[in-house]
Design a protein around this ligand. Structure first.
Ligand code: NAP
Length: 311
């Protein structure tokens, strides 16, 4: 049997993924082009933004393994076979990178480092009030692999952290709340709200004018999940009216963020080019290999997506 890598990768990305996958899967036949082997021989597809239709007509397909953590694009593609198990990328190294990014963002907001960066542009010398970490409550929305790592890292650094998820979670050092009823409390008590929800029909456009109105006046939003979680016009209005103080954004409705976009030059917005937690083939290829070995040995697959929930 053969493994098809159906991935829209740059030459540089291929140069790191290909040797990493070969090293992690030395006994497997890896193909980059499905025409290299008869369709019936392909039983696993490793995917990253596959071309529409690329996974159709593969009668032996038994596993679709995403190389990315987010799978909303695969779920929205009607040509991705709905009856084949779909696993997503869960890599502890990515969780660690996400925790670092969140800590940087919260420190920058808490200690006003983003405001000082704006002041520097204007050659302005102005010292602002300095708060303690325990005076800066943080909300983490989504307590999955990323959200837990983030919430714990922030709690370890002295921030009072409330986490919110669909079902009740338990995270050391974090007040974990669940369900719609708890959401208003979580939003209205945080100086910084961090989004780590998956993008699903239930969470699309989650951060809109109504939700911003529930947040503390002058609080900040850190979006590290998906651009479509945020209604961009509502965010701009909330920042311009003073309802929100600052936004740190790693993800956008259109990526790359167009050069003409209002976010680039906004003094209350910090833009990152979707780098909060990049997939690193050095750690991700062994994660992929583990699931492939599980399939070959008839063991349960890990990190399967629940298609009915959308994540
Ligand atoms: P995950 O493990 O699937 O966790 C999702 C969490 O969100 C779970 O706690 C889940 O609750 C909760 N949730 C889902 N739907 C909800 C709803 N409607 N209301 C309340 N809570 C809900 O996801 P993850 O791996 O941590 O990834 C989180 C996000 O990060 C995703 O959007 C992913 O695409 C994004 N991401 C971004 C980058 C980047 O570089 N910017 C990198 C990787 C991932 P339950 O526990 O009850 O199911």
């Amino acid at each position: 049997m053969a493994i098809l890598i159906a991935a829209d990768l740059s030459a540089d990305e291929w140069a790191s993924w290909w040797p990493a996958l070969q090293a992690a899967l030395p006994d497997e036949q890896l193909v980059r082009d499905r025409a290299q082997v008869p369709a019936g021989q392909i039983d696993i597809a490793l995917v990253a933004n596959p071309k529409g239709g690329e996974l159709q007509g593969l009668p032996g397909l038994a596993l679709i393994q995403s190389l990315w953590a987010g799978v909303e694009g695969l779920l929205a593609d009607p040509t991705v076979p709905a009856d084949v198990p779909l696993a997503r990328m869960v890599d502890p190294a990515m969780n660690e990178a996400m925790a670092q990014t969140a800590l940087w963002a919260v420190l920058g907001l808490h200690r006003r480092f983003f405001s000082y960066a704006v002041q520097q542009q204007a050659r302005q010398w102005r010292q602002r009030a300095q708060w303690r970490a325990d005076e800066v409550p943080v909300a983490v929305l989504g307590l999955g692999h990323m959200g837990r790592a983030v919430a714990q890292r922030l709690a370890l650094n002295g921030y009072p952290v409330r986490g919110w998820s669909r079902s009740q979670a338990e995270v050391d050092g974090v007040v974990a709340l669940a369900g719609e009823a708890a959401l208003a409390h979580v939003l209205s008590t945080a100086r910084v709200v961090i989004n780590l929800l998956p993008l699903t029909p239930a969470t699309r456009a989650f951060f809109n004018a109504d939700r911003f109105a529930q947040m503390l006046r002058g609080a900040s939003l850190v979006n590290l999940a998906r651009g479509a979680h945020v209604v961009e016009a509502d965010l701009l209005a909330a920042l311009d009216s003073g309802r929100l103080g600052h936004a740190v954004l790693d993800v956008f409705g259109t990526e790359p963020l167009p050069a003409s976009h209002a976010f680039w030059g906004h003094p209350q917005i910090t833009v990152l080019p979707h780098v909060a937690a990049l997939t690193d083939p050095r750690s991700a290829a062994p994660v992929v290999a583990q699931n492939i070995r599980a399939l070959r040995q008839g063991r349960p697959l890990e990190h399967l997506v629940d298609r009915s929930r959308g994540y």
